[in-house]
Write a protein that binds this ligand. Structure first.
Ligand SMILES: NC(=O)c1ccc[n+]([C@@H]2O[C@H](COP(=O)([O-])OP(=O)(O)OC[C@H]3O[C@@H](n4cnc5c(N)ncnc54)[C@H](OP(=O)(O)O)[C@@H]3O)[C@@H](O)[C@H]2O)c1
Length: 323
């Protein structure tokens, strides 16, 4: 990331993706409406959702409100949604994207991601977390990522998605997609935060022209056990002392750190004050010394918080190799 740029140019057509987007995992109904309105009011133009978050309709209502009132144009917005785990069969991709477009009330998304290399077998199209009689996730033994990707490419060619990408894929899976694709992924969305900085995966992606988006950039504090013996990222003394010295908040330091590592960030908040706070990260810079002291907190693979344990029984479970 250079200087104070607020967007990243994506491969394939040069669309620009804002460095900061609003995360919306586990935010539904009126709560996501309040969050998105607050975000749009203070300047966010990028929203991250997914079919499996089951909030696309509520997001669509707010987008429609803003578009019809002329407060924003469609071209100014950057909307990302994701093919659900239960939608990874090639023949299902168009159907699930059409459902998302209908709920979001737009004719295209800016970025459509395969949510995960792991496929589940749902009983119906809203059965996002299918479980068998023993409570185990019902995984799809026939997931074939190359054929899913071909169906994703079709969505670009027919105009439903301006760009396409992947989420929770490892480097081996990305290589398989790159080999023989018509349209390379424009973006990879994976966990990245101070304890799990994803240096190798990010370098690998950037070499291939794939932009890099950090989910759980604040360390997903709602997952209380995720950091083991380590303090939650927002409370790490190194983070809080940099924040105090720069008269910023710990969240702003964590987000600015990732942006300076050339990562797009999608912090989630339902609180309008924190939503505004998380967007105010373009009027200061961390020094090389502060960057180095935060880079030293990386624990590699051990620092991962979101482990997707329920996906472990699937043949494409992505987190068993170094990156
Ligand atoms: N592709 C995937 O598989 C995947 C997986 C996980 C997440 N994601 C995406 O990434 C987004 C972000 O990740 P995440 O939600 O897991 O975690 P996160 O953004 O790291 O953390 C969100 C949590 O931090 C709190 N928070 C937000 N801003 C704060 C601030 N300024 N100060 C203190 N606390 C603050 C929020 O609480 P309040 O709401 O109360 O502010 C919320 O509990 C998701 O919402 C989703 O869009 C994608």
């Amino acid at each position: 990331m250079t200087g104070k740029a607020t967007t990243v140019k994506l491969s394939g057509g040069g669309r620009k993706m804002p460095y900061v987007g609003l995360g919306t995992y586990e935010v539904k109904g009126e709560e996501v409406g309040v969050a998105l309105r607050a975000a749009l009011e203070c300047g966010y133009r990028h929203v991250d959702t997914a079919a499996s978050y089951q909030n696309e309709e509520a997001i669509g209502d707010v987008l429609q409100e803003w578009l019809t009132s002329g407060k924003v144009t469609r071209e100014e917005l950057f909307i990302t949604t994701k093919l659900p785990f239960i939608g990874t069969r090639a023949g299902d991709v168009a159907k699930f994207l059409q459902k998302s477009l209908q709920k979001l009330r737009v004719s295209y998304v800016d970025l459509y991601l395969i949510h995960s290399p792991v496929g589940f077998m749902g009983q119906h199209d809203e059965d996002h977390k299918p479980v068998d009689s023993e409570g185990n996730r019902v995984v799809d033994p026939n997931t074939d990522l190359e054929s899913t990707w071909r169906a994703m490419e079709d969505q670009v060619e027919c105009g439903r998605a301006h760009t396409i990408g992947i989420s929770n894929f490892n480097s081996v899976q990305i290589n398989r997609i790159m080999k023989g694709c018509r349209i390379p992924p424009a973006n990879l969305q994976v966990e990245a935060q101070i304890y799990h900085q994803q240096k190798d995966l990010k370098a690998f992606c950037h070499k291939l022209g794939i932009s890099f988006c950090a989910y759980s950039p604040l360390g997903a504090p709602y997952l209380t056990n995720g950091t083991g013996d380590r303090p939650p990222p927002l409370k790490h003394p190194r983070v809080t002392s940099i924040a105090t010295r720069l008269k910023r908040t710990p969240a702003q330091v964590l987000l600015r750190f990732l942006i300076q590592l050339d990562m797009i960030v999608i912090p989630k908040s339902s609180n309008p004050d924190r939503i505004r706070e998380n967007f105010q990260v373009f009027d200061f810079e961390l020094s090389q010394e502060d960057m180095s002291s935060l880079e030293a907190l990386d624990c590699g693979k051990e620092g991962r918080i979101v482990k997707l344990e329920e996906s472990r029984r699937h043949h494409e479970y992505p987190f068993d190799i170094p990156f």
